[in-house]
Design a binder for this molecule. Structure first.
Ligand code: HEM
Length: 142
């Protein structure tokens, strides 16, 4: 799956908006994940998963920051996220299906925060980008 030049430009534009509200976007995406796909909570037995908890906020910020790293290295996401890929595959052993759930929740969060920006084109480009991030984070399973 490759991103076109147009995709990359669109991703950068929406990322610049996300970056202004990064922490709340990340936290909300996680809150949606745990509410809509409660099985994902099993990976976080050591977290306080109540909406708005300090741990959720801190983790939401980390997830969005990693996505920011991927945006910054959009032509080389594999090496930018290589450590994170090892963490999720070898240590956390997150079942890859869960990435689809998180991507969906992230997209819904973007739609809520940036309703005017999430055009069909932006939706499609962002979807492709998150699929690329997922491919990198789950590649060590193969
Ligand atoms: C940890 C990013 C998907 C479960 C992390 C960390 C980051 C991150 C940056 C912190 C690493 C560190 O502290 O060194 C991402 C990104 C994802 C993603 C960018 C996809 C876009 C998932 C999914 C799950 C998951 C789908 C499971 C449902 C975890 C767990 C931790 C973690 C359990 C450790 C939390 C802790 O103990 O602090 N992830 N993650 N991640 N992630 Fe992910």
């Amino acid at each position: 799956m490759s991103l076109t030049k147009t995709d990359k430009a669109i991703i950068l534009t929406i990322w610049n908006k996300i970056a202004t509200q990064a922490d709340s976007v990340g936290t909300e995406a996680l809150e949606r994940l745990f509410a809509s796909f409660p099985q994902t909570k099993t990976y976080f037995p050591h977290f306080d998963l109540h909406p708005g908890s300090a741990q959720l906020k801190a983790h939401g910020a980390k997830v969005v920051s990693a996505i920011g790293d991927a945006v910054k290295h959009i032509d080389n996401v594999g090496s930018a996220l290589s450590k994170l890929s090892e963490l999720h595959a070898y240590i956390l052993r997150v079942d890859p299906v869960n990435f689809k759930f998180l991507n969906h929740c992230m997209l819904v969060t973007l739609a809520v925060h940036f309703p005017n920006d999430l055009t069909a084109e932006t939706h499609a480009a962002w979807d492709k980008f998150l699929a690329l991030v997922t491919a990198v984070l789950t590649e060590k399973y193969r």
